[in-house]
Structure formats: C-alpha cells, structure tokens
Design a protein around this ligand. Structure first.
Ligand code: ZN
Length: 313
C-alpha cells in the first residue's frame, strides 16, 4: 500500500489543528501475491491500479469526513451505473476480544456510533449488514460490495477508519489548547481498483457501454465509395466536437460493415449516401431501439455531446 508515503507528506512539517482535515489522493499501482487459483479475469489480479486516498483528521471531524468519503464513492459508482447493484457491510470490533483490537472501548464505540448513525440516515438500517469481529485491529470500516456475473461478491470500495497507525508513525498535530494530539486516518478509495471496476462495468453492460465511456462512440459508414468524402467530412466534424467517431470506408459490403459495428457494440452507427450528402444529414442506427432516425449533422452532434456531458447510462 502507499499509506506510509502519504503520511510522510503530513510528517514533512509541524502541523496545526487548523490544517486538518488534510486530504491526500493519488492513483497508485499495487501488488498482491494472490494464489493462482484466486486470480480471476480483471476482477482479481496481481498488479492493479487503485484510486487511493488518505484523510488525516481530528477525531471530532470523523462524522463529516466519513460522510464525504461516502458521498464521493456514491458519486463515482452512480456515475458508472454500479451504485444500484451495491450492498454494504459495516465491519465492527468484538468488545469481548479487546486483546485483538487496539484502541480504547470509548474510541471504538464512538467511532462506530458515528458511522452507524450516518449509515442509518444515508442508506437506511435495512440496507446494510453489520459484521461483528470483522473490523481490522485498528478501526471499523465500511465495505461497498457488488456481485459479479457468477454471483460471487467482491468489494469495490472500502472506507477504513484508522485510530492507530498515526501513533505508530509518530504523526501529531498541535491542538487548540497547545497540546500535541494524534489524528485519525481514513483510508479510502473512490472508484476502487480500476481493473476490477472496469470488469464489473463490462459485465453489467455486457460490453454495450454507455456512450460516454464507449471507446468508439460513433462509426460513420458511407453506403458506397462515392460518398466517402462526405462521410469523412462528417467524421471530422464530430471529432472536432469531442466525439470519438471513426470512419469505416473500407472496401467491404455495407451489410458487412454494419454487422461489424454492431458486434463491437458501437452505440451509434451512421450510414450516409446520396440523400444524406445532398441534404447535409445523417441516418442513424442506434444500438438501442427508438434512438435512430434522420438528423441534420449538427442536431446529431448536439444529441451525442449532450449524452457524453450528462454521462447518460
Ligand atoms: Zn491506506
């Protein structure tokens, strides 16, 4: 993990309570020596990229910062269309096993009640499960889980409260009353591990990605070579508007090129011939029904740009 590197940023100079919370984020490459039997497509890999962050905070800032982490995860997962498929697991300590957990019962109870209260209002008590004795020894956590196509649950996002590590790393801040205090840390991801999240998106949409994340958003196909110049002009106009448009003017039959674009799940296919060239329009075949038809080039560009900007599912 990259946690200790981010702590060094905090440790770089003397810190005051006024500087907290300090929120650090980075995209990092991590490694896990998973057993070969555990590895699974892009979902469980040995090298991965993670959207990682550490929040260094005063203990009394826990409620606000924990909520901020939840807001961020919700924003990312909602945007990707995955939030509705998520379930939530709140991992707590076991008060009977104080030998296993660091920190005082007061710290644990307080942190857990702050998190629990927030989860009750945020998700509703029926919408998360509590795992007793499933916390890390240094603090309670929230796991956001999602099922893959085989029905196996994987964790997509973790928000881990940490009441201990700051002490071990000698992290302190000067509080209002001029005494030195130890901060809390929250380890969090926003959209999780890129490889796993990507795998889950591919599974969810069965490859038919929403327009805004489709690698190719529009394929432009001239009916025959005579209209290839017009098709190229339309393609360039779309690219200039920020659309990932591609021209397919290969010397192949029209049906073949249409079928290929369909199989690669390109959201929009545009077919242009004499009619379209003369009227400055495009005929659209959409991947989803009801979105096709004839448009002026500008109309169609505006429609696609709007879908990209609003990140339409
Ligand atoms: Zn960490």
């Amino acid at each position: 993990m990259t946690c200790p590197f981010q702590y060094q940023v905090f440790l770089n100079k003397k810190r005051s309570y006024r500087e907290l919370p300090m929120r650090l984020g980075e995209t990092s490459t991590l490694f896990r020596n998973e057993d070969s039997g555990e590895m699974h497509g892009l979902i469980r890999v040995r090298q991965f990229t993670i959207s990682e962050g550490h929040l260094i905070l005063r203990p009394e800032q826990l409620a606000e910062e924990f909520k901020g982490c939840l807001d961020l995860a919700k924003y990312c997962l909602e945007t990707l269309g995955l939030w509705e498929d998520c379930s939530f697991r709140f991992s707590q300590w076991d008060p009977k096993r104080t030998d296993k957990y660091e920190g005082t019962p007061e710290q644990w109870n307080e942190a857990q009640s702050i998190m629990g209260e927030l989860l009750d209002t945020y998700l509703g008590r029926d919408n998360y499960v509590i795992g007793i004795d499933e916390a890390a020894f240094y603090g309670p956590k929230l796991d956001i889980q999602i099922k893959n196509v085989f029905g196996k649950e994987d964790t997509i996002v973790t928000i881990q409260v940490d009441m201990l590590l700051a002490k071990k790393f000698g992290m302190e801040y000067v509080d209002r009353d001029n005494t030195m205090k130890t901060p809390y840390i929250i380890h969090r991801t926003s959209m999780g591990c890129y490889e796993r999240t990507l795998a889950l998106i591919l599974e969810k949409y069965a490859g038919a990605l929403p327009v805004w994340i489709a690698p190719t958003q529009v394929t432009v196909i001239p009916v025959v070579a005579d209209f290839a110049d017009y098709a190229a002009e339309v393609t360039k106009k779309m690219q200039a508007a920020g659309i990932r448009a591609e021209l397919d003017d290969r010397n192949e039959k029209l049906g073949y090129r249409i079928r290929e674009a369909q199989l690669s799940k390109v959201p929009y296919m545009i077919v242009v011939g004499e009619d379209e060239m003369n009227s400055g329009s495009v005929t659209v075949r959409a991947r989803t029904e009801g979105e096709g038809g004839k448009f002026s080039v500008d109309e169609f560009i505006a429609k696609v740009v709007n879908e990209i900007e609003t990140k339409k599912h």
